[in-house]
Design a binder for this molecule. Structure first.
Ligand SMILES: Nc1ncnc2c1ncn2[C@@H]1O[C@H](COP(=O)(O)OP(=O)(O)O)[C@@H](O)[C@H]1O
Ligand SMILES: [Mg+2]
Length: 366
């Protein structure tokens, strides 16, 4: 007798500035989920927040001629009631309103940024009683917020760069704070991603504009001391038996003369301005130290399932954690799946592991 396939809802799009990148990530996930094991249900969330039955054609979710994909909302309208007795997603269409969609065994939230990677969708899934891939409410919220990521990492002895938090109502730094941070500085939305809203400031005269740019994305802004170093990333993965392992690290380098001089949105996704060393060319001891720190960062935030931990490696060997991504990119060029591929876990196996780990955990307190 053949086993029933596991029903995986892949949720993508969403209300954050990373809507399009989420769609591209979902396109890759849809293309690589093992169809012998999984029935896949694509669920799009529009930029306005409407849930609809989405496209299952990965090619509809690719970047073409610099055009970014989006969830257009044309599919059947759905809602996920925060009520475990309803058995999952329910239709909203006239004539079929209230009809339950066939049971969903597990959700893969391929969502980046606010209202997706930040614990909100995870909270809804907890209430609905549906297992899901990745971190729970707490770690999702902690990893999304660069202020609290830093605090938790520092509390566990991991090195982070100096920063000042500008809360709503404060738009500038005191002269003491400027002296303390020095230049260059990086001005960021506290809960952003894909480099959206980030400015590198090389002269304090540029600060006001940079803060305004970050404010457009988030009322809370961070100004960070610039770190001079190589950008190295490391994937962390939890297996169904609870083992947590780090991938081989990888390095991102801007192609000489890269447009902005740092890893901004266009360099990341549009301009082919980055070169990747997967794995990174590192001494074995640096690589081992970095992997241990990546797992320590995963633990510091109480992550589950997966995370990509991003570092700066200084010339003297100092490792600074830049950020912890609890739902890292899964696009065809994204580092997380590529790092696992060179570590020996190819894309489909990686996805199966993530789903199996989510099913092994179930829902409830973690
Ligand atoms: N403190 C810093 N020092 C040097 N470069 C930085 C610093 N902060 C950010 N950057 C550059 O900006 C990029 C995006 O910043 P990051 O904090 O990773 O934001 P996001 O969450 O949007 O990816 C980094 O990959 C790096 O190139
Ligand atoms: Mg980043």
């Amino acid at each position: 007798m053949t086993q029933r396939r596991v029903r995986v809802a892949v949720v993508f799009g969403g209300r954050s500035s990373e809507h399009a990148i989420s769609c591209v990530s979902a396109g890759s996930v849809l293309a690589h989920l093992d169809r012998d094991r999984f029935d896949v249900l694509p669920i799009g969330i529009t930029r306005e927040g409407a849930w609809v039955l989405g496209t299952s054609d990965p090619s509809d979710l690719a970047i073409r001629d610099r055009q970014l994909p989006a969830v257009d909302g044309a599919g059947d309208a759905l809602v996920l009631p925060a009520d475990p007795t309803r058995g999952g997603l329910v239709r909203l269409d006239v004539g079929r309103a209230g009809e339950a969609l066939d049971g969903v065994d597990v959700v893969f939230p391929v969502l980046h940024g606010a209202f997706g990677e930040d614990g909100t969708v995870q909270g809804l899934l907890e209430l609905a009683g549906i297992p899901y891939v990745g971190a729970g409410v707490f770690a999702s919220a902690a990893g999304m917020d660069k202020e609290f990521t830093r605090k938790l990492l520092r509390a566990d002895g991991l090195h982070v760069t100096d920063a000042v938090v500008l809360r709503p109502g404060t738009a500038t730094l005191t002269s003491e704070q400027r002296d303390r941070l020095g230049l260059p500085a990086f001005v960021k939305p506290a809960r952003g991603g894909s480099s959206v809203g980030i400015t590198r400031v090389d002269d304090w005269a540029e600060l006001a504009t940079a803060v305004a740019t970050a404010h457009a994305a988030d009322p809370k802004v961070l100004v960070e001391a610039g770190v001079c170093g190589r950008e190295i990333e490391c994937g962390v993965l939890e297996f169904p038996d609870g083992r947590v392992e780090a991938s081989l690290p990888a390095e991102i380098r801007l192609v000489a003369g890269g447009p902005a001089g740092w890893y901004d949105f266009d360099a990341k996704y549009l301009d082919d301005a980055c070169e990747f060393d997967i794995p990174a060319k590192l001494d074995d001891d640096v690589s081992a130290r970095l992997q241990a720190m990546a797992v320590a960062a995963f633990r510091a935030l109480d992550c589950q399932g997966l995370a990509r931990v991003d570092f700066f490696l200084g010339a003297e060997g100092t490792l600074t954690v830049n950020e912890v991504n609890t739902l890292p990119g899964f696009t065809p060029i994204s580092m997380y799946p590529r790092m696992w591929a060179v570590t020996g876990l190819e894309y489909s196996t990686l996805l199966s592991t993530l789903v199996d780990t989510a099913l092994a955990r179930g829902t409830g307190l973690r």
